[in-house]
Design a binder for this molecule. Structure first.
Ligand code: GFB
Length: 314
């Protein structure tokens, strides 16, 4: 058991959906939460990152900072997804070792696993096959992050651990149709179609790929649980243990938003990996399970969208 009480906890990436959820989750932990802006330290800059950590002296570092995006953004900006993520994680992990950080949590993604990994995907499936081409750049950066954390543990005895969240959604998500993940994209499309009285929304691909979704608040809860309860080299999957097809997801989002038109498929757009349901056995064995059911989580996220984003871009 690692106690967070009285600790200085640096959440890198606190403006993102997961980072902000982790900051919320830490509110009752009697720790000091540290955050940084791009002006404090550009985390792609090694010297700036080191200076920031030396000045703040955190006990705990959460690597939730990353360049993220959906299937199209990954394919459009491969250099940014590989370079930015490699730099951010390498700079944070190395500087954390230098300043003697007692616990570090690195956050990856379920796309680290082979495209055709047996389902549900167990942690040991890492590096057993080829990656899905639409997100191999991001995946390779995240695999390097896992291995860095593992290497610093092996060589320097650092208590650095890694969590692999599944596809996440929730308040603070990106709702831009060109760069977002599927769930916020469908929410925006359904909302705008309803507002405009349109007869259909268009979804990308065949609608047959299966995805597992987890609310960002559940992910944040799992992250804090792992910081407190887990200390080992192998990464830990963080998921709900259930998946749906993209078409089923679109139906659910339309129902919650109140859009009754047709769902049309644009098969010129990529499907990506056919399925990536992760095994949740390991994290359940560590005493954690999600609380937010998909329908309830989407409804809460839609309320957030209505309050914060519904008018964006008009
Ligand atoms: O969420 P998403 O962009 O990323 O797409 P991945 C999931 C599935 O939803 C794909 C389909 O089959 C998309 O073709 N889809 C349908 C849509 N309509 C839409 C739409 O309007 N927008 C989007 N974005 N998708 C990402 C990786 O993969 O998952 C990242 O690219 C990361 O690297 C992330 O790992 C968790 O699930 O395919």
């Amino acid at each position: 058991m690692y106690s967070l009480e009285g600790k200085r906890v640096y959440v890198a990436g606190h403006r993102g959906m997961v980072g902000s959820a982790i900051v919320r989750r830490l509110a009752d932990k009697q720790c000091v939460v540290l955050t940084s802006t791009r002006e404090d330290a550009d985390l792609r800059d090694q010297a700036a990152t080191r200076r920031w950590l030396e000045s703040q002296r955190p006990d705990v570092v959460v690597v939730a900072a990353a360049k993220v995006g959906g299937i199209l953004a990954n394919a459009t900006y491969p250099a940014d997804f590989l370079y930015d993520n490699l730099m951010i994680e390498a700079n944070l992990i190395e500087a954390s070792h230098r300043v003697g950080v007692g616990k570090l949590l690195f956050l990856g993604s379920s796309c680290i696993y082979p495209k055709f990994a047996p389902q549900p995907i167990v942690e040991s499936a890492l590096l057993t096959g080829s990656l899905e081409p639409t997100n191999e750049w991001y995946a390779i950066a995240k695999i390097a992050g896992i291995k860095l954390a593992e290497a610093y543990r092996a060589q320097h005895g650092c208590d650095f651990i890694s969590a692999m969240p599944t596809n996440l959604y929730g308040p603070g998500d990106n709702f831009d149709l060109n760069s977002s993940h599927v769930l916020p994209a469908l929410m925006r499309k359904a909302h705008e179609a309803k507002q405009a009285g349109a007869s259909e929304i268009v979804i990308w691909g065949t609608g047959t790929p299966r995805r597992e979704f987890l609310h960002a608040d559940d992910c944040a809860d799992a992250c804090v649980h792992l910081i407190e309860q887990y200390s080992d080299a192998e990464h830990v999957n963080v998921g709900s243990g259930e998946d749906v097809t993209i078409y089923e997801l679109a139906q659910l989002v339309c129902e919650i938003v109140g859009f009754q038109g047709e769902i049309v498929r644009d098969e010129t757009k990529p499907d990506g990996t056919p399925r990536k349901l992760m095994s949740a056995d390991k994290i359940r064995g560590l005493g954690w399970k999600p609380r937010i059911e998909l329908r309830e989580g989407i409804a809460a996220t839609y309320r957030w969208f209505l309050e914060h984003k519904a008018d964006a871009g008009r």
